[in-house]
Design a protein around this ligand. Structure first.
Ligand code: BTN
Length: 323
């Protein structure tokens, strides 16, 4: 960690109480003048401090944007998010991570944008990504996986995001197959997993995650008002986007490492426990047509098992469901 990150760490740990210049200077082994310089560096990054002679410094507010230092401090990972690129505005973070992947960047690298001007959703749809209110992030994965197992990663990402959302906001979030995160029937998060393949083996995957965090109702265009929602709208409270980003990456790394060690079984069980699609009469729409039946679980490959009215079981690997 750099000195200003160490300083921020101390002030964050003090939870709004004063920390004396002497204590900072002793702990970080720097002069009092250097303390003042690092405080000013943090001020330039959007942190606000109260400085009182003989009392020291007290953190008053954190920047509203998702900030690099705060993310590093909040992460509980070894790899995921340790290489992070922050952009004020971009077309789509998916394209940015694609470039990193082609340059040979290691697994776990992320691109996070305050705004996307061409955010992409599943099935070629647009993804509404206005500035300052959401998490628009793509993560590079380099799994050792045959192509047919990539749906497992889609489901794993949904579990990670759902767990992080529940932990950070307290909202009763659930997963709609395959990996939309819903609260009270409305979508709060979408995930787009894109894979680049060579000889039936995955070269890399890009997990794109979009979370509507602090949207107010008037932020939504009309076509989204009935189907989308935000964590703020559901819980009545703003959620710290930096902490939620760190929580998502931490959950993702833990589940991804677990998956590599133990296989899909444990992820599948977690997914089923969080899913709001299980044991429901659903309609599946995909390029092969429309299937109706009851969602009864995941099979070992990650496909959704649907029991049709005639009792026959059918496996769904792509498409959209409704009920
Ligand atoms: C969906 O249709 O539900 C998937 C939406 C995925 C949106 C995220 S936001 C970050 C990343 N960049 C994109 O352009 N899309 C994904």
């Amino acid at each position: 960690m750099t000195k200003h990150e160490d300083l921020l760490h101390m002030l964050l740990n003090a939870e709004g109480r004063f920390v004396s210049g002497e204590e900072i200077s002793r702990n970080l082994s720097i002069s009092r003048t250097a303390v003042w310089k690092h405080v000013n560096k943090l001020r330039d990054m959007g942190y606000e401090f109260e400085a009182v002679s003989r009392k020291g410094y007290r953190l008053v507010t954190k920047p509203d944007s998702i900030d690099a230092t705060g993310l590093q401090l909040a992460l509980d990972t070894t790899v995921f998010g340790r290489k992070a690129v922050f952009l004020a505005s971009t077309l789509s973070t998916q394209g940015d991570v694609l470039k990193l992947a082609e340059q040979g960047q290691a697994e776990g690298a992320v691109v996070i944008a305050e705004e996307q001007t061409g955010g992409r959703g599943r099935f070629g749809r647009q993804w509404f990504s206005p500035p300052g209110k959401g998490i628009w992030m793509s993560v590079l994965l380099r799994p050792d996986l045959p192509l047919q197992h990539t749906p497992q990663l889609t489901l794993l990402t949904g579990v990670a995001v759902c767990r992080a959302v529940r932990a950070c906001s307290g909202a009763d979030a659930g997963i709609k197959w395959p990996n939309d995160v819903l609260i009270d029937g409305r979508k709060v998060c979408g995930i787009l997993l894109e894979s680049t393949v060579e000889d039936h083996e995955v070269r890399y995957c890009i997990a794109g995650i979009g979370v509507d965090v602090n949207f107010d109702p008037e932020d939504y265009p009309e076509d989204l008002t009935t189907i989308a929602t935000s964590l703020k709208m559901e819980t009545g409270q703003s959620v710290d986007r930096t902490k939620l980003t760190a929580a998502i990456l931490t959950e993702l790394e833990q589940l991804y490492f677990l998956y590599q060690k133990e296989g899909f079984g444990v992820i599948s069980a977690l997914w089923e426990a969080l899913s709001v699609s299980m044991n429901r009469e659903i309609t599946v729409t995909n390029p092969h047509g429309v299937i109706e039946g009851k969602a009864i679980g995941l099979d070992p490959s990650g496909a959704l098992v649907v029991e049709k009215r005639d009792g026959e079981h059918t496996l769904i690997i792509s498409g959209e469901i409704s009920w």
